[in-house]
Design a protein around this ligand. Structure first.
Ligand SMILES: Cc1cc2nc3c(=O)[nH]c(=O)nc-3n(C[C@H](O)[C@H](O)[C@H](O)COP(=O)(O)OP(=O)(O)OC[C@H]3O[C@@H](n4cnc5c(N)ncnc54)[C@H](O)[C@@H]3O)c2cc1C
Length: 541
């Protein structure tokens, strides 16, 4: 059996595995990605890429390319509506435009692109930054010891098995994650509540669509509940069926029991509202709508990310996005630990930060599912709805690497009124940097950044000292001097005139002072030490 060594091995090369490989490569870490399938996605699945996810792709230089690929698949900025059938009555408009009301929150827009369109862009980018993706390859077993992880790799085309030794392993191996199962990590949440199907079909829906630009169409028909998405030429699409009701009103959520072509044609025609329309069924996939999250995301050198960490119903379009954001949190931490800039303990903060966000987002998707699609699941224990923008952009990371003030236990905020507090995403503010118009977010993405108030020169000097003592670059910017905002938007960072904020490579605030401090060096050394998991070393002198 042959052997090879890699810093990070990623099991699963779908949306989350490929994104994580891109983020690792961006931080200079090559990875090996194993994917059992023979290539990128052949089913559309996720399509709504939210603003936070687009910000992460922006940080690695992919935003424009993804927008171009998206425009080939969908007319962007469509609506999300509910109907009794496509040709019938409109019931509710959740969004008139998917970017309605959120344009000011981010330099990035919500984009509609399927996994078929997105994954090839991610694959090419991952390869450009040093990742190797092996298709038709399977992780047959995973064993870890104190220094690394041994993975036996088996080719689907036969041949000799080989062992790959990795310092760390990311299990992006999907909802049924064999690695999570083997580690005995429990799933919490609501389990499976529907044996749903996705029907891929061809049909000319242009007459039924009219001149509407509808990105997602929820169908609440008398006999069928689910949702549609259509191709840009309106000649094809898919229908998800989550539940059906018979004439007596009895409901069934076990749709997968009958996936025959006549039944599926019937479902599509009924949801379209045209019993005669020619419909050709291309494929039918059965899947379990569930809302579950792993109780922990780390086991030694193994990290769960994406659907292996949390699986949620598609209501809200959060699942894949949350997974990509897991990868974004984990990648810089692995990079910093691998080359010794951060202490190993920083990796514990991945679980501390991302597990609660995964649980929160799963509950939000579940609440939307119950309220929109199946109230019979019961409304008593539902987490109250939090609007989309806070779910996508306003969640908080809490861990030892983030110095949150005492009594500040908020877990999310409205990104329309961002506070700049530690643990939250650093707010987007349009600024001029050396005379060039940019977003504050463009200052972040690779290294630590200190943004100081107009009279915060002492913080900038202290940051340079702390950076030297840890051997970690910290870029400093002073409001008014290097970074200018025309209308006071930078007040959102809460630095006042003489305070400062320390932003991590992932664009989250690690620490903030709202005024000057008698010993800025000591204070900033403490903050940077904590952000690198090297707080104990600082305390010990
Ligand atoms: C109909 C539908 C619509 C959706 N819409 C949205 C949306 O609009 N927005 C959104 O954010 N999310 C959406 N989602 C959810 C989204 O599709 C998933 O969250 C996302 O695909 C998860 O990606 P992943 O990479 O974590 O897992 P997966 O895509 O499940 O990938 C896991 C991969 O691991 C591979 N694998 C597993 N074990 C091994 C092994 N041992 N060795 C090698 N490879 C292995 C598998 O082959 C698979 O390719 C939707 C889902 C559905 C079903």
């Amino acid at each position: 059996m042959s052997h090879e060594d890699v810093p990070v091995l990623i099991v699963g090369g779908s949306l989350v595995g490929l994104s994580t490989a891109v983020f690792l490569g961006h931080h200079g870490v090559p990875s090996l990605v194993l994917e059992r399938h023979r290539g990128t996605a052949i089913h559309p699945r996720a399509a709504l890429v939210n603003q936070r996810t687009m910000e992460t792709y922006r940080a690695v230089g992919l935003e424009e390319q993804i927008e171009e690929a998206a425009a080939r698949e969908f007319v962007q900025n469509g609506a999300i509506v509910s109907v009794d059938s496509l040709g019938g009555n409109e019931l509710d408009w959740y969004f008139r435009f998917i970017n309605e009301g959120v344009e000011e929150l981010s330099p990035s827009r919500r984009v509609f692109i399927t996994q078929i369109g997105l994954e090839p862009v991610l694959l090419a980018a991952a390869e450009r930054v040093g990742a190797r993706i092996e298709y038709a390859s399977e992780a047959a077993s995973v064993e870890q010891d104190a220094d690394g992880v041994n993975v036996v790799v088996r080719s689907r085309d036969g041949g000799e098995e080989r062992t790959v030794r990795a310092r760390y392993l990311v299990a992006a191996d999907g909802a049924h994650s064999p690695i999570r199962e083997r580690l005995g990590i429990r799933q919490l949440g609501h389990g499976s509540f529907s044996d749903s199907i996705t029907i891929y079909f061809k049909a000319d829906v242009s007459r039924l669509m009219g001149d509407r630009n509808l990105s997602v169409v929820y169908v609440f028909g008398p006999r069928l509940q689910g949702f549609f998405r259509f191709s840009i030429d309106l000649q094809a699409g898919f229908l998800v069926v989550n539940s059906t009701s018979d004439e007596g009103g009895a409901r069934s959520v076990r749709i997968g029991e009958d996936m025959s072509t006549p039944t599926c044609v019937g479902y599509v025609r009924e949801a379209l509202g045209d019993p005669e329309l020619p419909v050709e069924i291309e494929n039918v996939q059965r899947w379990s709508a569930s809302a579950e999250y792993a109780e922990r995301l780390r086991d030694g050198r193994v990290f769960l990310a994406g659907d292996s960490a949390h699986v949620m119903p598609p209501t809200g379009g959060f699942g894949g996005n949350n997974g990509v954001q897991d990868g974004y949190d984990l990648a810089w931490k692995l990079a910093y630990v691998l080359d010794g800039r951060a202490d190993e303990s920083l990796l514990d903060t991945y679980d501390a930060e991302r597990q609660p966000v995964g649980a929160f987002t799963t509950e939000q998707a579940y609440t939307r599912y119950v309220l929109r699609l199946d109230p019979s699941l019961g409304k008593d224990d539902l987490m109250p709805i939090v609007p989309e923008a806070p779910v996508e952009l306003g969640y908080r990371h809490r861990s030892d690497a983030v110095l949150v003030g005492a009594d500040d236990d908020e877990t999310w905020e409205d990104p329309a009124t961002p506070s700049g507090r530690p643990g939250f995403r650093a707010p987007h503010v349009p600024v001029a940097v050396d005379g060039v118009e940019r977003s504050t977010l463009d200052l972040f993405g690779r290294d630590f950044v200190l943004l100081a108030g107009p009279e915060g020169e002492a913080w900038c000097a202290a940051a340079r000292t702390a950076a030297d003592s840890f051997g970690v670059p910290v870029h400093t910017h002073r409001i008014g001097a290097d970074v200018a905002d025309a209308d006071g938007g930078l007040e959102a960072y809460g630095t006042g005139t003489a305070g400062a904020v320390l932003v991590r490579p992932d664009g989250f605030v690690a620490w903030r002072a709202s005024a000057s401090h008698p010993d800025p060096e000591d204070e900033l050394t403490r903050a940077l030490g904590a952000a690198l998991g090297r707080g104990a070393a600082v305390a010990a002198g």
